[in-house]
Design a protein around this ligand. Structure first.
Ligand code: SF4
Ligand code: SF4
Length: 259
């Protein structure tokens, strides 16, 4: 979710920060947060949603998303397409709530908490690391902050299963973070590759198994077997390949080339 900056509480929160909040059908604001919003989708969001809807990633992307090319980095980002009318409702909202609740995107899980990352340096080891931090999004319509249920950011993340999404998406976010430097812009060919590898997991699977990919790269049989049967392993392999094509790390070995 890209929050409106006027609603962002600029106080940076840690995992132990506490707050009171509850969200339930009895509130007058129920589902008001599911309209007129920009929900940024991560690779794992798309895997969960396309499986929930029983469709291939390509069809999901076509029917439910739009692309926005980030001006600064030239990375293509994917957003959930809202209804094309004044209300701009999420396609998955109903009077009863979210119809894809157990597979809702990470940003919906976190709300009303927002999450961001900072690049830091471990001065002792002289290695950069990413520190995640949190903040509140306090929109006028959201009555949940007036409820009397205690949370910490940690217990909220666990309850919403947001930590699982973070764990799976973290290597992808690290790639974005490392590339967020002037001069790292992607040309059109790389933008298309970035899009397929990050979001169109079923096309990426075909690319690995049905194109000349395996004639070109050495991939151990055990890894091939894992990525064939497990979509999360495939996603991690996709992130590795992304690092390779963005020339960040030699994560893959060309056939016939000694190391
Ligand atoms: S995916 Fe579900 S929780 Fe997220 S905005 Fe849509 S209806 Fe609301
Ligand atoms: S309490 Fe906040 S998060 Fe819950 S339905 Fe209302 S607006 Fe949405």
């Amino acid at each position: 979710m890209i929050p409106n900056m006027k609603d962002v509480d600029m106080v940076s929160l840690s995992l132990d920060s506490s707050f009171k909040f509850d969200c339930h059908k009895g509130l007058s604001c129920f589902t008001k947060c599911c309209s007129n919003i920009d929900i940024l989708l991560t690779p794992y969001d798309i895997v969960r949603l396309k499986n929930r809807l029983g469709m291939l990633s390509g069809l999901f992307l076509l029917n439910y998303t739009y692309i926005d090319i980030d001006e600064k980095t030239s990375h293509p980002f994917v957003f959930l397409k809202m209804a094309d009318d004044k209300e701009r409702k999420c396609p998955f909202v109903s009077e009863e709530g979210c119809t894809v609740y157990s597979d809702r995107p990470a940003n919906c899980r976190y709300y009303p908490v927002g999450q961001a990352s900072l690049k830091k340096m471990n001065e002792q080891l002289k290695i950069p690391y990413t520190e995640e931090f949190y903040f509140f999004v306090r929109e006028d319509h959201c009555k949940g902050f007036q409820e009397d249920r205690d949370w910490t950011i940690r217990s909220w993340r666990e309850d919403q299963e947001a930590a699982l999404y973070d764990d799976i998406n973290r290597p992808w976010k690290e790639i974005l973070f490392r590339r967020n430097l002037p001069g790292n812009e992607l040309d059109e060919k790389k933008q298309k590759a970035f899009y397929m590898v990050s979001y169109d997991i079923d096309r990426f699977r075909d690319f690995v198994f049905k194109s000349g990919f395996l004639d070109k790269f050495e991939v151990p049989d055990s890894l091939l077997e894992r990525i064939q049967r497990d979509e999360i392993e495939l996603l991690h392999f996709a992130f590795s390949y992304l690092k390779y094509i963005l020339m960040m790390e030699e994560t893959l070995k060309l056939k016939g080339r000694s190391s």
